[in-house]
Every structure is written in structure tokens, then in C-alpha cells.
Ligand binder design. Structure first.
Ligand code: FSX
Ligand code: SF4
Ligand code: F3S
Length: 346
């Protein structure tokens, strides 16, 4: 939550004392994986969450009511808690052809999300589908699947991931319960506590990346030894999420995609997950400190002078600042050489 540990007592007190806020949870174009992953959370368990902490007044997967009775429960909860309830949206919203590709009780998803958001205190888009379109929006996107934020005129908290980590959702809810506000968000509406860092920055295989040790095929020696999965298409270097820090499934260390031996597919990140081929190489978003190391995807005959010299500088034990300076000077000299080559036509 980005709060000091001394705030633990205040958080516990606020959770116990808070009036359980009403939550309305909508399902649209998705696979219900977000709900499934929440069902497997243990701190708190989903029953603790929906019976003690919040009042889950509408959720098509978890509620006992069906048909007209369910729709009446939703309308009653919205009326009783106008301006105070939390709206959670799971799934993308189809906008093509008048929104006919997803209807609930005869109402299009577009109309339903607008109606439910009008009096909501906060709107949370859970999962990549609701946050940025996710899998249903994959090219050629025949239904015009759109994120919640594209439909509404009010702020939306995005918790992407396919499925998202339930603790990023639960922490956001607890923050709201405790402080009455939503956590700090980045420019894509994501809570900074969860999406502030690249996966690559916290990955347990990072030392292998920096040392140039890679798995080249599933099951090869490097893969069996736990080397870096970059060359198998790992998108950790261009994907923002806290998977290597908080893991998945409450089973402890070793329970997130990369630890299990599969490259990250960038499921949280628009333009990466469900867009880039799974085994295509990731862009290396950060340039420092990897500038000091040999580039793993160096094309033959390009930039090798700079990369090699930077590696030598690093191994010689030079301070990072000095190494960077040498690297930048080398870059300049390379440019001069290129200019000379242009002049001489070499
Ligand atoms: Fe599924 Fe949720 Fe993926 Fe989407 O999670 S796990 S398709 S993000 O909306 O149900
Ligand atoms: Fe980890 Fe992937 Fe980065 Fe390798 S490329 S260090 S496996 S996040
Ligand atoms: Fe998704 Fe990559 Fe995390 S695939 S679950 S963002 S490791």
C-alpha cells in the first residue's frame, strides 16, 4: 500500500470498524479467471472478504440469486448505497454494432457499465480485459472490445493481468476501506505499489541475464539450470508488474510464471500480452545498468565496439558513472568514425 509498517495497527482498526462497503461486480467479455484467482486468495480468503469486509451485492458467478431476482438485487444495492458503492468490472466491453455482442438481462454491457458507474464512489477495472481490452481486443477485434476507461467519463483504477494477482486487487480495496481514498496511480491508472517496476528489475533470474547465461530451448541445460528466459521470449524487460515480489497462488517461492520455467508473456501490459508473439524478443526498456553489459541480442557487426568496451569497463571495476562516461565517449567516437566513413565513402 506504500504505507509505513507503523500504519499496520491503523489499517487493522479501520478494517474492523469500517461499515462494509457495497460492491457491485460486473462480468463482460472475459474468461472469469479474475474471479477464479480471487477465489484462491488466502489473506483474506474470499469468504472473509465477501462476508466480513465488503458486502458483495451483485456478482454473477458468486451470488445465489438468478434472473430477475439478481437484477433487482443490483438495482436495490445501487439505490441504497448511491455515491458510496464500489463498482468492479471484469472483462472488456464490446462497442461494435450497438454493443450487441454482450448483453445481460437484455441490457448491453455499454449501457450496464454506464448505469452502474453513475453513482459509484470508485470504479475498479480488474484484469487486462477491463483495463486495456486484453485478449478479446486482439487484432482484428471483431466485437470492438474496449476497456472500461474508454466508456466512462470518470477515473478508473486499472488492475491488469490475465488473471491479475488477487492481492493487488485486495490491497486496493483495503486502501479504500482504510483511508477512504484510492492508492496512487500511474499514467495508465494502475496502482503504483503494484505496477511501479519492471518484472526484469526484481526477477530472481536477473543475475543470469546480466552474466549472459540464457536458456535457448525448453529443457536444454540452461533451462534446467534456471538461466534467464530472455531468449525464449520473456517479456519481463518491458512489463510492469510485481509478480516476482508477491508470487501467485499462496504457495510461496517459485510460484510465478518465470520461476516455473516459462517466459513472462507480458499479460499485464497493453501492446505486449496477446499482441507480441510469445517467443519474440522483448525490447529492453531500461538502458541502465544493462548499458554496461554485453547486449544479449546484439546484431552481428553492429555496436560491438561499444558493447565490448563497456563490458571491459565494468569488469575492470570502474564506478558506474565512469563506465557510463567512457561508453558515451565511445559512442561519440563511433559517430565520428561513421561521419569519416561517409565522407570517404568507405
Ligand atoms: Fe480471464 Fe478476467 Fe484474463 Fe480477462 O482475468 S484471466 S481473460 S484478464 O478478464 O477473466
Ligand atoms: Fe527474468 Fe525474464 Fe528478465 Fe530473464 S528476461 S531476468 S527471465 S524477467
Ligand atoms: Fe503475467 Fe508476466 Fe506476471 S505473464 S503473471 S506479467 S510474469
Amino acid at each position: 500500500m506504500g504505507l509505513p509498517t507503523t500504519a499496520v495497527g491503523a489499517v487493522a482498526k479501520a478494517i474492523v470498524q469500517a461499515r462494509r462497503p457495497s460492491v457491485i461486480w460486473l462480468h463482460f467479455q472475459e474468461c472469469t479467471g479474475c474471479t477464479e484467482s480471487l477465489l484462491r486468495a488466502e489473506h483474506p480468503t474470499v469468504e472473509k472478504l465477501i462476508l466480513d469486509l465488503i458486502s458483495l451485492d451483485y456478482h454473477e458467478t458468486l451470488m445465489a440469486a438468478a434472473g430477475h431476482q439478481a437484477e433487482e438485487a443490483r438495482k436495490a444495492a445501487m439505490k441504497e448505497n448511491a455515491g458510496k458503492y464500489v463498482l468492479v468490472v471484469e472483462g472488456a466491453i464490446p462497442t461494435k454494432d450497438g454493443g450487441v455482442y454482450c448483453k445481460v438481462g437484455g441490457q448491453t454491457a455499454v449501457d450496464m457499465v454506464k448505469e452502474c458507474a453513475a453513482d459509484a464512489a470508485a470504479v475498479i477495472a480488474i484484469g487486462s480485459c477491463a483495463s486495456w481490452g486484453g485478449m478479446p481486443s486482439t487484432f482484428p477485434n471483431p466485437t470492438g472490445a474496449s476497456p472500461v476507461q474508454a466508456i466512462l467519463q470518470k477515473p478508473v483504477v486499472n488492475i491488469p493481468g490475465c488473471p491479475p494477482n488477487p492481492y493487488n486487487f485486495l490491497t486496493t480495496v483495503v486502501h479504500f476501506l482504510t483511508l477512504g481514498t484510492l492508492p496512487d496511480l500511474d499514467d495508465k491508472g494502475r496502482p503504483k505499489f503494484a505496477y511501479g517496476r519492471l518484472i526484469h528489475e526484481n526477477c530472481e533470474r536477473r543475475a543470469h541475464f546480466d552474466a549472459g547465461r540464457f536458456a535457448l530451448e525448453f529443457g536444454d541445460e540452461g533451462h534446467r539450470k534456471g538461466y534467464c528466459l530472455y531468449k525464449l521470449g520473456c517479456k519481463g524487460p518491458e512489463t510492469y508488474a510485481n509478480c516476482p515480489q508477491i508470487y501467485f497462488g499462496d504457495a510461496g517461492v517459485g510460484t510465478w510464471p518465470v520461476a516455473c520455467g516459462h517466459p513472462c508473456i507480458g499479460c499485464t501490459e497493453q501492446g505486449i500480452g496477446f499482441t507480441k508473439p510469445i517467443h519474440a524478443l522483448a525490447d529492453l526498456v531500461t538502458v541502465s545498468p544493462p548499458t554496461l553489459f554485453a547486449r544479449p541480442a546484439e546484431e552481428r557487426g553492429q555496436g560491438s565496439t561499444l558493447a565490448t568496451a563497456a563490458t571491459v569497463a565494468a569488469t575492470a571495476g570502474l564506478a558506474a558513472g565512469v563506465g557510463m562516461k567512457i561508453a558515451s565517449n565511445l559512442g561519440k567516437r563511433d559517430k565520428e568514425e561513421l561521419d569519416d566513413e561517409k565522407k570517404t565513402g568507405a
